[in-house]
Write a protein that binds this ligand. Structure first.
Ligand SMILES: [Zn+2]
Length: 99
Protein backbone atom coordinates (compact mmCIF):
# COMPACT_ATOMS: atom_id res chain seq x y z
CA UNK A 1 0.00 0.00 0.00
CA UNK A 2 1.32 3.40 -0.92
CA UNK A 3 2.13 5.98 1.70
CA UNK A 4 -0.13 9.01 1.61
CA UNK A 5 1.24 12.49 2.06
CA UNK A 6 -0.99 12.94 5.10
CA UNK A 7 0.47 9.83 6.76
CA UNK A 8 3.98 11.01 5.99
CA UNK A 9 3.39 14.44 7.47
CA UNK A 10 1.93 12.90 10.61
CA UNK A 11 4.81 10.41 10.90
CA UNK A 12 7.42 13.15 10.53
CA UNK A 13 5.62 15.30 13.11
CA UNK A 14 5.49 12.33 15.44
CA UNK A 15 9.22 11.71 15.03
CA UNK A 16 10.16 15.35 15.55
CA UNK A 17 8.01 15.57 18.65
CA UNK A 18 10.12 12.84 20.24
CA UNK A 19 13.57 13.48 18.84
CA UNK A 20 13.93 17.01 17.53
CA UNK A 21 16.64 17.85 20.08
CA UNK A 22 18.84 14.95 18.96
CA UNK A 23 19.12 15.89 15.31
CA UNK A 24 22.30 17.01 13.67
CA UNK A 25 21.42 19.58 11.03
CA UNK A 26 24.83 20.57 9.74
CA UNK A 27 24.25 20.28 5.97
CA UNK A 28 22.85 16.75 6.08
CA UNK A 29 20.12 16.02 8.57
CA UNK A 30 20.99 12.95 10.57
CA UNK A 31 19.95 11.30 13.79
CA UNK A 32 22.73 9.80 15.85
CA UNK A 33 20.54 7.35 17.71
CA UNK A 34 20.34 5.06 14.71
CA UNK A 35 22.54 4.86 11.67
CA UNK A 36 19.69 4.35 9.25
CA UNK A 37 16.74 5.48 11.27
CA UNK A 38 13.40 3.81 10.83
CA UNK A 39 10.20 5.14 12.20
CA UNK A 40 7.08 3.21 13.05
CA UNK A 41 3.82 5.02 12.56
CA UNK A 42 0.29 3.60 12.42
CA UNK A 43 1.66 0.09 12.22
CA UNK A 44 3.92 0.80 9.29
CA UNK A 45 7.70 0.88 9.64
CA UNK A 46 9.58 2.79 6.97
CA UNK A 47 13.03 4.34 6.80
CA UNK A 48 12.71 7.86 8.09
CA UNK A 49 13.83 9.35 4.78
CA UNK A 50 10.84 7.69 3.08
CA UNK A 51 8.44 9.36 5.47
CA UNK A 52 10.18 12.67 4.87
CA UNK A 53 10.09 12.24 1.10
CA UNK A 54 6.41 11.30 1.28
CA UNK A 55 5.77 14.54 3.16
CA UNK A 56 7.73 16.53 0.61
CA UNK A 57 5.97 15.02 -2.39
CA UNK A 58 2.34 14.00 -2.75
CA UNK A 59 3.07 10.67 -1.15
CA UNK A 60 5.03 7.65 -2.24
CA UNK A 61 3.79 4.82 -4.39
CA UNK A 62 5.22 1.38 -3.84
CA UNK A 63 8.03 0.83 -6.31
CA UNK A 64 9.17 4.42 -6.07
CA UNK A 65 12.58 4.70 -4.45
CA UNK A 66 14.00 7.68 -2.66
CA UNK A 67 17.46 8.82 -3.73
CA UNK A 68 19.93 10.96 -1.88
CA UNK A 69 21.48 13.80 -3.84
CA UNK A 70 24.12 14.06 -1.10
CA UNK A 71 25.06 10.34 -1.35
CA UNK A 72 24.63 10.05 2.41
CA UNK A 73 22.28 7.14 3.10
CA UNK A 74 21.81 8.27 6.72
CA UNK A 75 20.50 11.66 5.71
CA UNK A 76 16.82 12.64 5.76
CA UNK A 77 17.09 16.30 4.86
CA UNK A 78 14.10 16.88 2.53
CA UNK A 79 16.28 19.10 0.33
CA UNK A 80 18.56 16.14 -0.34
CA UNK A 81 15.85 13.65 -1.26
CA UNK A 82 14.46 13.03 -4.72
CA UNK A 83 12.09 10.43 -6.05
CA UNK A 84 13.36 7.90 -8.53
CA UNK A 85 12.79 4.49 -10.00
CA UNK A 86 14.55 1.28 -9.08
CA UNK A 87 16.52 1.59 -12.32
CA UNK A 88 17.80 5.00 -11.21
CA UNK A 89 18.82 3.55 -7.89
CA UNK A 90 20.70 0.67 -9.49
CA UNK A 91 22.46 3.21 -11.62
CA UNK A 92 23.50 5.07 -8.45
CA UNK A 93 24.80 1.85 -6.91
CA UNK A 94 27.15 1.35 -9.83
CA UNK A 95 29.02 4.36 -8.59
CA UNK A 96 27.43 7.07 -10.61
CA UNK A 97 26.49 9.95 -8.41
CA UNK A 98 23.27 11.83 -8.82
CA UNK A 99 23.57 14.98 -10.90
ZN1 LIG B 1 22.05 14.98 2.94
Amino acid sequence: MAISRKQSLAAVDDFLEHHEDELDNSYCLTWNQQERPKWRFEGRTEPLYRWVAGAKYIGLDDGIVVRHTCDNPYCFNPDHLVKGTTADNNHDRKGCTYK
